[in-house]
Design a protein around this ligand. Sequence first.
Ligand code: HEC
Length: 147
Amino acid sequence: MYKCKFVLILFFITFPFFSYSNESTTGIIKERMEKFQESKNLMRAINKNLSDSNFNVITQSAEMLNKWASEMHEFFPKGSEASSSNKSQASDDIWSDPEGFKKAIKTFENASAKLIKISKNKNVDDIASSFREVAASCKGCHQKFRN
Ligand code: HEC
């Protein structure tokens, strides 16, 4: 048993790039798609909880979005763009305009950070307007960087 584990660990030390082959590219694409699906669900949850004045859920959802914003960049390694062999909709522009992509992520990060802050004041109108800013940051990025 021990020996078996050892061999496995040795394998990953010896072939660290093994996991970066095609299969892993599919892996990261799948992972980010799941993250984006989660974003969609979080936005729905915020919308619903706004009409219920359930502010804690809004704060928590905004925190999760903000965390995702801070990690998003790592989910777009070179070579993971849309191609005929995957289901990705990631535009080539992500890699040809890295500054623009970074900026789009930053806009989302700032908008979600603002929503965290504003949700604590429990003013429905302010939260609704901040929520719309977050939604606009999703859309803004999609228009430029999603096929
Ligand atoms: C900085 C850019 C950027 C931001 C901000 C962004 N997205 Fe996306 N989104 C993308 C890209 C690029 C894809 C395509 C990913 C892929 O298919 O590989 C995508 C894909 C998606 C998908 C489809 C996932 C699937 O299963 O194919 C959904 C849903 C989505 N985003 C929702 C959102 C929501 C909701 C927000 C805001 C809360 C958001 N996105 C913010 C860039 C962004």
